[in-house]
Design a binder for this molecule. Structure first.
Ligand SMILES: Nc1ncnc2c1ncn2[C@@H]1O[C@H](COP(=O)(O)OP(=O)(O)OP(=O)(O)O)[C@@H](O)[C@H]1O
Ligand SMILES: [Mg+2]
Length: 404
């Protein structure tokens, strides 16, 4: 069957009524397009009591149009990755009710009662338990798709299932190419121009990034979400499942440090944004400290949970035992910090910035926050192997002038 874009509300309603029984053929359904993203169409369908979400992938990027074609296989990958996450870490993603290959669409649970983590951080909301839950989510995702758990044939099948060339190419360009040269796609705040020019000439930096880029391109280690920034995480500290992760269309089998790194970077981008954000300086400073303590909690939870899973499920005689797990987690931390530095760079100099910093209206003040982002990125990219644990890094960041 050939692909047909949903072009009316009735198309979306018919699709939902055909493939789910949620609304019991109710005649009073409403459809609202809620997508605030760039790539796909996202609709909420409701009858006043229940609601669900429909996400449809077109053969191109929504905000650009046919000028930027993009494989619709991304929506199959997203549906499959959501189901994998549900299996690895139950309750951590919206439940997938239906995936339809012909319509390139997913019907999934509405998590509208959760808040976007980026917004919550930007508004300095206290988030008890959220960092620990993210640690559990990461540990489960990493462990169940790693050599510590998978059989040889299951691992090969996973790699095959998640071959995602179009989306990987975007990542390779926007993370690892554009922000390390004077690329036309870059978005450099004018007061930051001299710092950007120096960044592009820094050979020590580029050598360290080269190591990370080659890992990203060729190390098929674990199943990654592939775009785990704080806009892809929804939170409700009062709920049993405190986090829900959405939008794994960039999923592929890649280096284990990439997802934790991107997430850590987005916490640190928020921390740098707080330095020049609106509001009481003491409150902003306290929130920066709470972000650093969240990062310590996240890593502690990730490590503990990973050790627990390995002790319970690893069978391979060479991969069993705490020493190999400790060594693996030490390398994970080094790689995660490096990838965090790359994510901070691309969110500062590259095409796609983050609201945590962009909300600072004054260009000079924003450049000061962006300078902090680059200072942290420089530290992480060049010195990641020297940090023996997350508390050492958070202490080093805390010592930087804008956190004192
Ligand atoms: N299951 C869901 N429940 C509630 N809201 C959702 C759900 N899925 C998506 N949304 C809303 O729609 C927005 C866009 O969704 P999503 O990020 O999946 O789209 P996208 O087009 O892939 O975006 P991007 O450009 O970031 O890749 C989310 O930020 C969120 O507000
Ligand atoms: Mg997306």
């Amino acid at each position: 069957m050939s692909f047909k874009q949903f072009s009316t509300d009735q198309d979306v309603i018919d699709f939902v009524q055909t493939h789910t029984a949620v609304f019991n053929n109710s005649p009073d359904l409403t459809v609202t397009e809620i997508g605030d993203g760039n790539i796909n169409f996202v609709y909420r369908v409701g009858d006043g009591n229940d609601s669900l979400i429909v996400k449809q992938a077109l053969p191109y990027i929504r905000v650009i149009g046919e000028a930027w074609p993009l494989s619709q296989d991304r929506i199959r990958i997203e549906a499959k990755a959501l189901k994998q996450s549900e299996a690895f870490c139950p309750g951590s993603v919206p439940e997938v009710y239906h995936y339809d290959a012909a319509s390139c669409a997913i019907i999934m649970a509405d998590i509208g009662q959760y808040r976007n983590l980026r917004q919550a951080l930007t508004e300095r909301q206290p988030l008890p338990g959220v960092a620990e839950s993210l640690g559990v989510f990461l540990a489960s995702s990493l462990f169940y798709s790693s050599d510590f758990y998978l059989s040889s044939s299951a691992r090969k099948a996973m790699v095959q299932d998640f071959i995602n060339p179009d989306l990987c190419q975007i990542s390779e360009e926007v993370y690892f190419w554009d922000p390390f040269c004077d690329h036309e796609r870059n978005n450099v705040n004018p007061p930051l121009a001299a710092r950007a020019a120096a960044w592009w000439q820094d050979d020590e930096l580029k050598q360290a990034v080269a190591r990370l880029k080659m890992k990203f391109q060729s190390q098929a280690q674990v199943l990654l979400h592939g775009d785990l920034h704080t806009g892809s995480v929804f939170v409700d500290p009062a709920a049993e499942n405190k986090v829900k992760v959405i939008d794994p269309e960039f999923a592929f089998v890649g280096p284990a440090g990439f997802d934790p790194g991107v997430l850590i970077a987005n916490y640190l981008l928020n921390l740098a944004g707080q330095a020049r954000a609106e509001g009481d300086p003491a409150e902003r400073h306290a929130y920066q400290q709470s972000i650093l303590s969240d990062l310590n909690d996240l890593w502690c939870s990730l490590s503990q949970h990973f050790h627990g899973l390995a002790a319970e499920h690893t069978l391979d005689p060479c991969l069993k035992g705490t020493a190999i797990v400790d060594a693996w987690l030490a390398e994970l931390l080094t790689d995660s910090l490096g990838f965090a530095g790359v994510e901070m760079t691309r969110r500062t100099l590259g095409v796609a910035h983050v609201a945590d910093v962009e909300q600072i209206e004054d260009a000079q003040a924003r450049a000061e926050a962006q300078t902090m982002c680059l200072d942290i990125a420089d530290l992480l990219i060049k010195h990641a192997p020297q940090f023996s644990g997350m508390p050492v890094i958070t202490a080093a960041v805390s010592e930087l002038s804008f956190c004192r």
